[in-house]
Ligand binder design. Structure first.
Ligand SMILES: [Zn+2]
Length: 526
């Protein structure tokens, strides 16, 4: 390598396209001190240093193994490397700087929608507030005291720092302008509003919420594409789970519950289920109405306000005069809606609803809290089944790492989960907008309530229901996630952050069947 000509001018390497071969990219990331570039054709550009030859030789072997080509090696100066990196970093920051300091609601919404953002977090912060000084004492201090963050595929990233005045104007305009929220707001209280927004021929539903806090106000915009319909088969359910869901939707009576936290795809799943039932009369109660389906009557239900309860009771009465086959009760969050749903389900209507619970057993508990008695739950044809789900970010396949950069973490998952595991690349690549994430998918568990489960419900024996899952090889949330990890779609660390740890209990079905000795090892370690 010593005879290599040294490249001293950055223009000589500016047009090289960097490799995206994962093994090479991850090796370079682990040895960033190497200051090396590898082109798409496998050529290596490295900054010489006498401590580095061993690492460069290893890189040469990796390039040969991954591409089959013998690389040409160029030595570059440190300044050439740095100016190349500078160019890359500045294109990167230009790409992420979608948000400018002086934008209004319109520009903010357009930039979020164009980037596929699901939520905007606006922190209207007056830094001086907390220090007991007014903003005008020191205007400089205020220039970027506020903050805009975007959530896309569940990952929250910083979009821009802006001035308090700029942020406050966006917050006020979003809520009060006739174009948007059109509501009266009080800075000292929490505020809510929603509006429809049209962009490039598509209809979006935007929900606003704000809370006063120590430095000012925190506000969120939740953006949903009102035409964004997903087929059930594309939601991410396994074929076993799709069979269970099909079994539910073919029934004529009973309650089907979909559980999950906020942003778990519950409404998307319900919409997909209702969309399939083209030959039935469906009434759907929603707050607010999001996606319109041709085979469904969507009814806006007002759930807040002084006379909301009365309004809901009137809707319930009217429901039966409308001769529906299927009723979607929407979110079951209070006893009134719970009693409505169980009444319709036992009267011989297929009824659907959602609850805020991530696991099947918690959903059973929550139904009890909402006023469904054990007897009602265990009655034949009352509760049909439960689907509990969460949405997990999918790692970008173009830049996923085959090894976790931290050997400790890599060994941990390799020992506990086995198989081939990919990890999110925190640096990302061009195709994932440098996030390492390319989308999100459902992980879920589904349970059809049969006579065995009914007997266990009568005894309120939740532990025995958990055992039943393992005995019957029902895919739990963890087993479903593990299958998707082994398909290279999910990062185990992100799964654990969003579900909970892969401990021995959560995987015992999988381990007992496949690798009992590893199951024991796992059991000993937790
Ligand atoms: Zn990527």
């Amino acid at each position: 390598m010593a005879e290599q000509q040294i490249i001293t001018d950055v223009t000589q390497i500016l047009d090289i396209e960097l490799t995206t071969v994962t093994a090479i990219v991850s090796y370079i990331k682990r040895h960033e001190e190497l200051h090396t570039l590898v082109s798409a054709s496998g050529d290596i550009y490295y900054v010489s240093n006498k401590e580095r030859p061993r690492i460069v030789n290893q890189l040469v072997r990796i390039v040969i193994k991954a591409t089959g080509w013998s690389p040409t090696i160029f030595e570059i100066t440190e300044s050439v490397y740095q100016s190349y990196k500078g160019k890359i970093d500045s294109t990167r920051s230009q790409k992420s700087a979608l948000v400018t300091p002086n934008m209004g609601v319109e520009e903010l919404l357009i930039s979020a929608i164009s980037d596929g953002v699901s939520d905007i977090h606006l922190h209207v912060w007056q830094e001086s507030f907390i220090e007991g000084r007014s903003a005008s004492d020191n205007e400089q201090q205020n220039i970027s005291s506020s903050w805009i963050r975007f959530r896309k595929h569940q990952i929250l990233v910083s979009a821009a720092r802006i001035s308090y005045e700029g942020a406050y104007n966006i917050y006020r305009a979003a809520f009060t302008s006739e174009l948007y929220g059109c509501t009266n707001i009080d800075d000292r209280k929490s505020n809510d509003a929603s509006f429809q927004y049209h962009h490039q021929g598509k209809r979006f539903l935007v929900r606003l919420a704000s809370l006063p806090e120590a430095r000012g106000t925190t506000m969120t915009f939740r953006i949903r594409n009102a035409e964004d319909r997903v087929d059930l088969i594309d939601c991410g359910y396994s074929s076993k789970q799709l069979d269970i869901i099909d079994h539910f939707t073919n029934r004529n009576a009973g309650l089907l519950v979909i559980g999950g936290p906020t942003n778990s795809g519950k409404s998307t799943a319900l919409t997909a289920i209702l969309a399939q039932m083209t030959d039935r009369a469906i009434l759907s109660y929603e707050d607010p109405v999001e996606v319109l389906l041709p085979n469904v009557s969507h009814i806006q239900m007002r759930r807040d306000g002084a006379d909301a309860e009365q309004a809901i009771r009137e809707l319930m009465l009217q429901t039966m005069r409308m001769d529906p086959d299927v009723i979607n009760a929407g979110e079951l969050r209070d006893e009134l809606m719970m009693s409505f749903s169980k009444e319709k389900a036992t009267e011989g209507k297929l009824t659907t609803g959602t609850i805020h619970c991530g696991r099947i057993i918690m959903c059973l508990n929550r139904l009890l809290q909402l006023g469904m008695s054990i007897d009602e739950m265990a009655a034949p044809d009352a509760l049909l089944g439960i689907v509990a789900q969460k949405l997990i970010p999918v790692i970008c396949k173009d830049c996923a790492l085959p090894e976790h950069p931290e050997p400790k973490i890599h060994n941990y998952y390799q020992t506990h989960l086995g198989g081939e595991i990919n990890y999110r690349n925190p640096e990302g690549c061009n195709s994932c907008g440098n996030t390492g994430i390319s989308g999100q998918m459902v992980t879920s568990e589904s349970l059809a309530i049969n006579s065995a489960i009914r007997a266990l419900i009568m005894q309120k024996d939740w532990l025995a229901i958990a055992d039943y899952f393992w005995d019957q090889e029902i895919e739990t949330l963890h087993v479903d996630a593990l299958m998707k990890i082994h398909q290279g779609k999910l990062d185990p660390q992100m799964v654990e952050q969003r579900i909970d740890s892969f401990d021995s209990d959560n995987l015992r079905h999988y381990w007992h069947k496949e690798k009992p000795e590893q199951g024991n090892k796992l059991r000993g370690s937790v």
